[in-house]
Design a protein around this ligand. Structure first.
Ligand code: NIG
Ligand code: FE
Length: 429
């Protein structure tokens, strides 16, 4: 928390995304609450004033720092609600194999894929894991992201999964970004259990989930529910156990086939269902009204070179709140660039520029159960803000991977400054 209060002054557009107690759904996703010529005051790590620049006088305490946002856009700090940022090594050779015609599944069957990352993870030192996570967080920050969700899931045995979650906790503590931890022990069946899937599920129930809960290192439990991985029934028992012990629920659902993962999310009251490329209209209707956020990951479809994207318009039309995230991971989407997901959301899924901004702010915050503190610019919320050097928020999806981040404020402190400004103190200039 920065000592000195901060005034971000006179933005061309102050995009507040304010007023959503529940996730924004349907037409609400277009309501950005823009203040033209807007200013924000931050004090003690919180937002204390939001309004017209002309009304700032008298609201700023003595001895404050001014950031002049004239001609620029201010948004809430972006929220990336689905990543796998604790991994070791990389899989660029598999990327090349895919480019040359092999599929993600063929590569996995030949010993690559998630299990290859599991081998790399188990061999990596804890300091290398931490270093990798921290450098990825730097990249997330460079795109204006101030909160990231991250899953474990490359350890696939109790002590290794705990090591993954410990790395998340350490990274969150050492870095200015916040990382929301999710246990994904049900990411794959480890090689030790290739021929006895039920035994691994039993291990998750009897040992892994209780140990994770005991450690206090996870807020959510996630399952990769997919053909060849965890069935709907296996996913159900894993998630039910996690819920019983107090974890929030997430699920990788309907990515390659309409297995029924989204319906299960609705049934169990999951906080989010993610991917949802193949989700049927019937399942979308089940999700609507369940309170579950659809976290769509268009970067994965793009990175895998697939043609069919998640049916975002169907979700929005039927009242399911949509968030967008990167899925940052070494196999199916190697990027930290959340604004690129906004571009893909518009071009490939027919979302509007306003909808994609809602999807990476307040709806992302809801997907990680942080909407009471982040995801919008409102007095009383944590002061997580981004100044973009662009005349309109529409540039975010429009200028592809444009890199317009000018300044990032986390809990009221400037944590990234790419402006050519020399900060003026105590008084408007
Ligand atoms: O979300 N779907 C499963 N897990 C990741 C892929 C992880 C990997 O290939 O290493 C995903 O796409
Ligand atoms: Fe994922």
């Amino acid at each position: 928390v920065q000592e000195r209060p901060l005034l971000l002054h006179n933005a061309a557009e102050l995009v507040t995304v304010a007023g959503f107690f529940d996730p924004a759904a349907g037409d609400q996703m277009e309501e950005l609450g823009i203040i033209q010529g807007g200013s924000v005051v931050c004090q003690g790590g919180e937002i204390t004033f939001v309004g017209k620049s002309a009304d700032v006088d008298g609201t700023v305490p003595d001895d404050y720092t001014v950031i002049d946002a004239t001609g620029k856009v201010i948004t809430p700090g972006l929220v990336d609600a689905h990543t796998h940022l604790v991994f070791a090594g990389s899989r660029e050779d598999e990327f090349e194999q895919r480019v040359r015609g092999k599929t993600y599944l063929e590569i996995a069957e030949a010993g690559g894929g998630i299990l290859r990352s599991v081998r790399q993870f188990r061999e990596a030192s804890s300091s290398d894991l931490l270093e990798g996570a921290l450098s990825r967080l730097d990249r997330h920050l460079s795109w204006g992201v101030t909160t990231v969700e991250s899953k474990s899931g490359y350890g696939l045995e109790t002590s290794q999964e705990i090591r993954g979650l410990e790395t998340i906790a350490r990274a969150s503590k050492a870095h200015c970004l916040d990382v929301v931890p999710t246990f994904l022990g049900a990411h794959e069946f480890p090689s030790e259990f290739r021929t006895d899937h039920d035994a691994y599920v039993q291990l998750l129930l009897d040992e892994m989930i209780p140990a994770v809960v005991e450690s206090g290192l996870a807020e959510f439990c996630d399952v990769f529910c997919e053909e060849g991985v965890f069935t709907v029934d296996q996913s159900r028992v894993v998630l039910q156990k996690a819920a019983e012990l107090g974890l929030g629920l997430k699920i990788h659902a309907d990515e390659f086939s309409d297995l029924g993962g989204a319906k299960l999310a609705a049934e169990l009251g999951a906080r989010s269902a993610d991917h949802l490329v193949r989700t049927s209209v019937e399942s979308i209707e089940a999700l609507a009204g369940s309170g579950c956020v659809a976290v769509l990951l268009p970067g994965t479809t793009f990175f895998l070179g697939h043609e069919t994207y998640a049916p975002a318009r169907e979700f929005i039309r039927r009242g399911v709140p949509v968030a967008l995230a990167t899925d940052n991971n070494p196999g199916s989407c190697m990027t930290e660039c959340l604004p690129l997901m906004m571009t893909l959301g518009c071009i490939q899924m027919g979302m509007s520029p306003a909808e994609v901004l809602t999807a990476v702010t307040i709806n992302g915050a809801h997907a990680v159960n942080r909407s009471h503190t982040i995801g919008s610019i409102e007095a009383g919320k944590q002061a997580d803000l981004v100044v973009f050097d662009m005349p309109s928020y529409r540039y975010l999806p429009y200028h592809v991977a444009g890199g317009h981040v000018d300044t990032v404020v986390k809990r009221g402190a400037v944590v990234l400054d790419r402006s050519d400004r020399t900060d003026s103190q105590s008084g408007l200039t």
